[in-house]
Design a protein around this ligand. Structure first.
Ligand SMILES: Nc1ncnc2c1ncn2[C@@H]1O[C@H](COP(=O)(O)OP(=O)(O)OP(=O)(O)O)[C@@H](O)[C@H]1O
Ligand SMILES: [Mg+2]
Length: 269
């Protein structure tokens, strides 16, 4: 479904700041898989997403989506089939548009001329039904400007915008990290429901190792632009957090360290 073959990316090449952010990385994700990604700060997790989305062109290697070579496809074309949610709740939505206008924009594929069509009563009814499932009361605030919503409510709207037309691939980059623990749990539940009901192929970056191990079907661990651990099935089910941390230390020669973990309960690391 998604295949990265020996992908490399070096920033600031030939300068004192030269940094190899992706180092000959290969990854194959099957249709319907839900992969969680963990790793210390600067491991290259977001850079991996940027490479998949075409934020920059990679220096070497190939990226395939649905057996199509997208290595040189511009980002806006990839965005039609790849949904991405960022950590920052401000990023995914337009604050001066209402909830229903934001959703209509996503529903019309970002095509302003189709906006009227996407705001017809049938579409609005669909938005309402989908929002209702979140249990946040957003279905009763469809004419509220998104800028007036809380961070968690905005992330819920962003998630729906990214999936109202199901993408081929959903990328979640610490999309609950800026939320308080209760809201973070809520958004995780919504995420799991959306992924399950649409059978979405999903990759989720998280600093929360507990979330990572009990969400999805497979967990990969990154360090210095490489994948150092890739576990699924029984091996993953049986692995404890301390075993995971131990493996990380063995394979990276470091102690697992992510500044966002400071905001997480110690038991959840
Ligand atoms: N556009 C860029 N220009 C220069 N360096 C960059 C750029 N993007 C990322 N890097 C560097 O590449 C490395 C990997 O960054 P990346 O953002 O992928 O880390 P990450 O694993 O997502 O970390 P975090 O957990 O802190 O989000 C870092 O050293 C970062 O400074
Ligand atoms: Mg990151």
């Amino acid at each position: 479904m998604l295949k990265l073959e020996s992908v490399s990316k070096t920033f600031s090449k030939d300068t004192p700041n030269e940094h190899k952010a992706l180092d000959n990385l290969s990854l194959a994700v099957d249709s319907g898989e839900f992969v969680t990604v963990v790793g210390s700060n600067g491991a290259g997790k977001s850079t991996l997403f940027n490479a998949i989305c075409g934020t920059f062109m990679v220096d070497a290697g190939a990226i395939m989506l649905d057996n199509k070579d997208i290595t040189y496809l511009p980002d806006f074309k990839r965005a039609r089939v790849i949904g991405r949610v960022f950590q920052d709740p401000m990023k995914g939505t337009a604050p001066n548009l209402t909830i229903e206008e934001n959703l209509a924009l996503a529903y019309s594929g970002g095509n302003g001329r189709m906006l009227g069509f996407a705001l017809n009563s049938k579409a609005v009814e669909k938005f309402r039904t989908e929002l209702e499932k979140f249990g946040m009361g957003l279905e009763n605030r469809m004419k509220t400007k998104v800028g007036l919503l809380s961070g968690g409510q905005r992330q819920a709207v962003t998630l729906l915008m990214c999936t109202i037309v199901p993408p081929r691939l959903l990328l979640l980059d610490e999309h609950t990290a800026a939320l308080d623990p209760a809201m973070s749990d809520k958004i995780m539940e919504i995420t799991k429901d959306i992924v399950k009901s649409n059978n979405l192929t999903t990759i989720m970056i998280t600093h929360n190792l507990n979330f990572a191990m009990r969400t999805g079907t497979r967990t990969i661990m990154m360090d210095s632009g490489k994948i150092i651990l890739d576990i699924s099935g029984e091996e993953r089910d049986k692995m404890s957090l301390s075993e995971l941390l131990e493996l990380y230390s063995q394979r990276s020669d470091k102690v697992f360290d992510n500044d966002r973990m400071l905001l997480t309960k110690r038991t959840e690391i």
